[in-house]
Write a new protein. Structure first.
Length: 219
Protein backbone atom coordinates (compact mmCIF):
# COMPACT_ATOMS: atom_id res chain seq x y z
CA UNK A 1 0.00 0.00 0.00
CA UNK A 2 2.96 2.31 0.60
CA UNK A 3 3.59 3.29 -3.03
CA UNK A 4 -0.12 3.76 -3.70
CA UNK A 5 -0.47 5.88 -0.57
CA UNK A 6 2.48 8.00 -1.68
CA UNK A 7 0.86 8.55 -5.07
CA UNK A 8 -2.51 9.34 -3.52
CA UNK A 9 -0.96 11.87 -1.15
CA UNK A 10 0.93 13.57 -3.99
CA UNK A 11 -2.28 13.86 -6.00
CA UNK A 12 -4.11 15.11 -2.93
CA UNK A 13 -1.56 17.91 -2.43
CA UNK A 14 -1.83 18.83 -6.11
CA UNK A 15 -5.60 18.97 -5.77
CA UNK A 16 -5.57 21.33 -2.81
CA UNK A 17 -2.99 23.56 -4.45
CA UNK A 18 -5.14 23.78 -7.58
CA UNK A 19 -8.31 24.25 -5.52
CA UNK A 20 -7.04 27.05 -3.29
CA UNK A 21 -8.81 29.80 -5.22
CA UNK A 22 -12.19 28.07 -5.05
CA UNK A 23 -11.83 26.31 -1.70
CA UNK A 24 -13.83 28.83 0.31
CA UNK A 25 -16.92 28.52 -1.85
CA UNK A 26 -18.04 25.39 -0.05
CA UNK A 27 -18.29 27.45 3.14
CA UNK A 28 -20.49 29.94 1.30
CA UNK A 29 -22.72 27.22 -0.11
CA UNK A 30 -23.25 25.01 2.95
CA UNK A 31 -25.08 26.35 5.98
CA UNK A 32 -24.16 23.28 8.01
CA UNK A 33 -20.47 23.87 7.37
CA UNK A 34 -20.65 27.53 8.37
CA UNK A 35 -22.47 26.55 11.54
CA UNK A 36 -19.77 24.00 12.28
CA UNK A 37 -17.05 26.67 12.59
CA UNK A 38 -18.83 27.93 15.71
CA UNK A 39 -17.98 24.60 17.37
CA UNK A 40 -14.48 25.90 17.99
CA UNK A 41 -15.91 28.15 20.70
CA UNK A 42 -17.03 25.07 22.65
CA UNK A 43 -13.88 23.00 22.18
CA UNK A 44 -10.87 22.97 24.56
CA UNK A 45 -8.62 25.32 22.57
CA UNK A 46 -6.02 26.77 24.94
CA UNK A 47 -2.48 28.08 25.16
CA UNK A 48 -0.13 27.63 22.23
CA UNK A 49 -1.96 25.93 19.37
CA UNK A 50 -0.66 23.94 16.42
CA UNK A 51 -3.11 23.81 13.52
CA UNK A 52 -2.47 21.07 10.99
CA UNK A 53 -3.72 21.44 7.40
CA UNK A 54 -4.95 24.99 7.98
CA UNK A 55 -5.85 25.50 4.31
CA UNK A 56 -7.18 28.98 3.59
CA UNK A 57 -7.50 29.84 7.27
CA UNK A 58 -11.21 29.23 7.74
CA UNK A 59 -10.53 28.01 11.27
CA UNK A 60 -7.28 29.86 12.02
CA UNK A 61 -8.86 33.15 13.02
CA UNK A 62 -11.19 31.50 15.49
CA UNK A 63 -8.28 29.59 16.96
CA UNK A 64 -6.27 32.80 17.29
CA UNK A 65 -9.09 34.38 19.30
CA UNK A 66 -8.77 31.61 21.88
CA UNK A 67 -5.05 30.87 21.82
CA UNK A 68 -1.89 32.49 23.07
CA UNK A 69 -0.30 31.72 19.71
CA UNK A 70 -1.09 29.65 16.61
CA UNK A 71 1.34 27.82 14.34
CA UNK A 72 -0.62 26.92 11.19
CA UNK A 73 0.87 24.34 8.80
CA UNK A 74 -0.25 23.42 5.29
CA UNK A 75 1.30 21.90 2.16
CA UNK A 76 -0.28 24.41 -0.24
CA UNK A 77 1.50 27.77 -0.62
CA UNK A 78 -1.51 28.99 -2.58
CA UNK A 79 -3.86 28.26 0.30
CA UNK A 80 -1.45 29.75 2.81
CA UNK A 81 -1.34 33.02 0.89
CA UNK A 82 -5.11 33.29 1.27
CA UNK A 83 -4.87 32.34 4.94
CA UNK A 84 -2.27 35.05 5.60
CA UNK A 85 -4.55 37.66 4.07
CA UNK A 86 -7.55 36.37 6.03
CA UNK A 87 -5.72 36.20 9.37
CA UNK A 88 -3.06 38.92 9.58
CA UNK A 89 -2.59 38.44 13.35
CA UNK A 90 0.96 38.68 14.66
CA UNK A 91 0.10 35.80 17.00
CA UNK A 92 -0.16 33.44 14.00
CA UNK A 93 2.82 31.88 12.23
CA UNK A 94 2.18 30.11 8.93
CA UNK A 95 4.40 27.23 7.83
CA UNK A 96 4.39 25.60 4.38
CA UNK A 97 5.21 21.89 4.73
CA UNK A 98 4.03 18.41 3.77
CA UNK A 99 2.50 17.12 6.99
CA UNK A 100 3.74 13.60 6.30
CA UNK A 101 7.35 14.82 6.25
CA UNK A 102 7.17 17.74 8.70
CA UNK A 103 8.04 17.26 12.36
CA UNK A 104 7.33 19.71 15.18
CA UNK A 105 10.32 21.52 16.61
CA UNK A 106 8.51 22.40 19.84
CA UNK A 107 5.48 21.37 21.86
CA UNK A 108 2.01 22.86 22.04
CA UNK A 109 -0.90 22.85 24.46
CA UNK A 110 -3.41 22.05 21.71
CA UNK A 111 -3.09 20.38 18.32
CA UNK A 112 -6.11 21.16 16.12
CA UNK A 113 -7.06 19.81 12.70
CA UNK A 114 -10.28 20.25 10.76
CA UNK A 115 -11.10 17.94 7.83
CA UNK A 116 -7.60 16.50 7.81
CA UNK A 117 -7.83 13.18 9.62
CA UNK A 118 -10.01 11.77 6.84
CA UNK A 119 -7.22 12.60 4.35
CA UNK A 120 -4.63 10.44 6.14
CA UNK A 121 -4.18 7.02 4.49
CA UNK A 122 -5.03 4.24 6.96
CA UNK A 123 -1.49 2.82 7.05
CA UNK A 124 -0.18 6.26 8.00
CA UNK A 125 -2.58 6.85 10.87
CA UNK A 126 -0.37 5.41 13.64
CA UNK A 127 2.57 7.52 12.42
CA UNK A 128 0.38 10.61 12.17
CA UNK A 129 -0.77 10.21 15.75
CA UNK A 130 2.84 9.75 16.86
CA UNK A 131 3.59 13.12 15.26
CA UNK A 132 0.64 14.62 17.15
CA UNK A 133 1.99 13.11 20.37
CA UNK A 134 5.43 14.58 19.68
CA UNK A 135 3.79 18.00 19.23
CA UNK A 136 1.84 17.97 22.49
CA UNK A 137 3.07 19.35 25.77
CA UNK A 138 2.34 17.29 28.89
CA UNK A 139 -1.38 17.51 29.62
CA UNK A 140 -2.13 18.80 26.14
CA UNK A 141 -4.90 17.57 23.89
CA UNK A 142 -5.67 16.98 20.24
CA UNK A 143 -8.91 18.49 18.98
CA UNK A 144 -10.39 17.63 15.59
CA UNK A 145 -13.41 18.09 13.35
CA UNK A 146 -14.11 16.01 10.26
CA UNK A 147 -16.61 14.28 8.04
CA UNK A 148 -18.38 11.25 9.41
CA UNK A 149 -19.78 8.23 7.56
CA UNK A 150 -22.94 10.13 6.62
CA UNK A 151 -20.99 12.40 4.29
CA UNK A 152 -19.95 9.51 2.05
CA UNK A 153 -23.25 9.76 0.16
CA UNK A 154 -22.26 13.24 -1.04
CA UNK A 155 -18.91 12.07 -2.43
CA UNK A 156 -17.87 10.25 -5.60
CA UNK A 157 -16.34 7.29 -3.78
CA UNK A 158 -13.89 5.27 -5.89
CA UNK A 159 -14.24 1.50 -5.75
CA UNK A 160 -11.35 -0.95 -5.73
CA UNK A 161 -8.73 1.45 -4.39
CA UNK A 162 -5.88 0.27 -2.18
CA UNK A 163 -6.27 3.55 -0.29
CA UNK A 164 -9.83 4.74 0.42
CA UNK A 165 -10.37 7.56 -2.05
CA UNK A 166 -12.89 9.84 -3.69
CA UNK A 167 -12.89 11.65 -7.02
CA UNK A 168 -12.96 15.44 -6.80
CA UNK A 169 -13.55 17.82 -9.72
CA UNK A 170 -12.53 21.45 -10.03
CA UNK A 171 -14.35 24.12 -11.97
CA UNK A 172 -11.96 23.79 -14.90
CA UNK A 173 -13.05 20.16 -15.28
CA UNK A 174 -9.84 18.62 -13.95
CA UNK A 175 -10.22 15.55 -11.76
CA UNK A 176 -8.16 14.35 -8.83
CA UNK A 177 -8.07 11.34 -6.56
CA UNK A 178 -8.17 12.38 -2.93
CA UNK A 179 -7.71 10.16 0.13
CA UNK A 180 -10.95 10.06 2.11
CA UNK A 181 -11.61 7.86 5.12
CA UNK A 182 -15.06 8.33 6.66
CA UNK A 183 -14.25 7.47 10.26
CA UNK A 184 -16.84 5.79 12.43
CA UNK A 185 -16.68 7.48 15.86
CA UNK A 186 -16.73 4.27 17.91
CA UNK A 187 -14.08 2.55 15.82
CA UNK A 188 -11.89 5.65 15.89
CA UNK A 189 -12.04 5.70 19.69
CA UNK A 190 -10.98 2.03 19.75
CA UNK A 191 -8.13 2.63 17.31
CA UNK A 192 -6.87 5.59 19.31
CA UNK A 193 -7.00 3.51 22.50
CA UNK A 194 -4.76 0.92 20.81
CA UNK A 195 -2.28 3.70 20.03
CA UNK A 196 -2.20 5.00 23.60
CA UNK A 197 -4.86 7.70 23.54
CA UNK A 198 -8.01 8.35 25.51
CA UNK A 199 -10.51 9.90 23.12
CA UNK A 200 -14.09 11.11 22.97
CA UNK A 201 -15.62 11.34 19.49
CA UNK A 202 -19.22 12.29 18.78
CA UNK A 203 -21.28 12.80 15.64
CA UNK A 204 -22.46 16.30 14.79
CA UNK A 205 -25.56 16.27 12.62
CA UNK A 206 -25.55 13.63 9.90
CA UNK A 207 -22.25 14.33 8.18
CA UNK A 208 -19.69 15.50 10.73
CA UNK A 209 -17.87 14.44 13.84
CA UNK A 210 -15.79 16.16 16.47
CA UNK A 211 -13.30 14.69 18.87
CA UNK A 212 -10.73 15.28 21.57
CA UNK A 213 -7.85 12.99 22.46
CA UNK A 214 -5.21 12.94 25.15
CA UNK A 215 -2.35 10.53 25.66
CA UNK A 216 -2.75 8.04 28.46
CA UNK A 217 -0.11 8.48 31.14
CA UNK A 218 2.62 5.88 31.04
CA UNK A 219 2.58 3.52 33.98
Amino acid sequence: MGNDADAAVREQIAYYRARAGEYDRVYDERDDLRALTALVDDLPITGDVLELACGTGQWTGRLAERARSVTAVDASPEALQIARERVPSTAVEFVCADLFAWRPSRRYDTVFFAFWLSHVPPDRLPGFWRTVADALAPGGSAVFIDNGPGEAAAEDVLAGQAVPSVRRRLEDGSEYRVVKVFHDPERLVRDLAAWGWTAAVRPVGTGFLTGTAAQRPER
